[in-house]
Design a protein. Sequence first.
Length: 334
Amino acid sequence: RIQILFEGFKMAALFVVFVALVTSASAGIFDSMYCGRHNCYEIMGLTREASKREINKAYRRLAKELHPDQNDAPDANEKFQLLVAAYETLRNEVSRADYDYLLDNPDVYYEHFYRFFSHSTPKVDVAPVLIVCLVVTSVLHYLHKQSSYNRALNYALHVPFYRNQAKQLAEDEGLLNKKFFKGMTKDEQKAQENKILRDIIESKLDIKGGYQKPDWTDILAFQLLMAPFNLGKFVHFHARRIYKFTIMRQDPDQEEKEYQTRVTVGLSSTQWEMVSEEKKMALLKKELWHAVNKQAFLEEKEEAERIARASSTRAKQMRRMARKEKIPENFNDD
């Protein structure tokens, strides 16, 4: 219980410290707004009903009196800076209205912060900012794709099937001759061998999908530039499909057959590229663009998924519970 009380006291103390820090930070920011803790009207010797002409007249008069070049007082510079801040606040109708709102509602700190900084922040041209953001994002996008490609190569390097093939090719080309490793330590020999095998895998292995070797056309900036063209291609492709194979009822060509097969199997275009040619040919032989074959394939797929679910660990647990508790086997606690 003492430990709990101590933890509660510690959390309360941390909360108090946090509130104090936020409050002090807010006070510091508040002091930098408008005339700080001073009243802009009082600095200029005016009332809140003063006209713009009276504000300009008071500023010219006080500027002559308080300018450091004309006034030798130690606090002349500070007073002159306050005068300038007061004048800049009251000469503009928008900032003056915000300041009057602050005088009438001194407790709504954060609303004052927004009002002040929304008008005092310098206007920035959006175009250069967007260009810089696009360039930075494109560079990061390219580096990410390069990292994915390197991970794929490193993965293939540790897969026995690819590694053994690469090693055989390296030996046939004499790249693993012992004379090349003379004078190296075991770690250096292993690193050099991995480098040779990696180079062979990179030159022989055709990596597709999301892990292919990045090209400059893959960067985000180029993709955005090509977006209208790609959208046109998309619309043209589907408009052509609808016209040829739905309206005119023509026999599907090779492109349509692959599209119908890919959609029926449930693969994206990127995933379809990763499928081996043998698997593609096997799927195309099923002629899934025909409604009968498509329906049979979907039913077969659904049955396979049902069997897989029935063989899952969760299904086995449910069957054991059914036997033990004598509840229906198809009971679903979801």
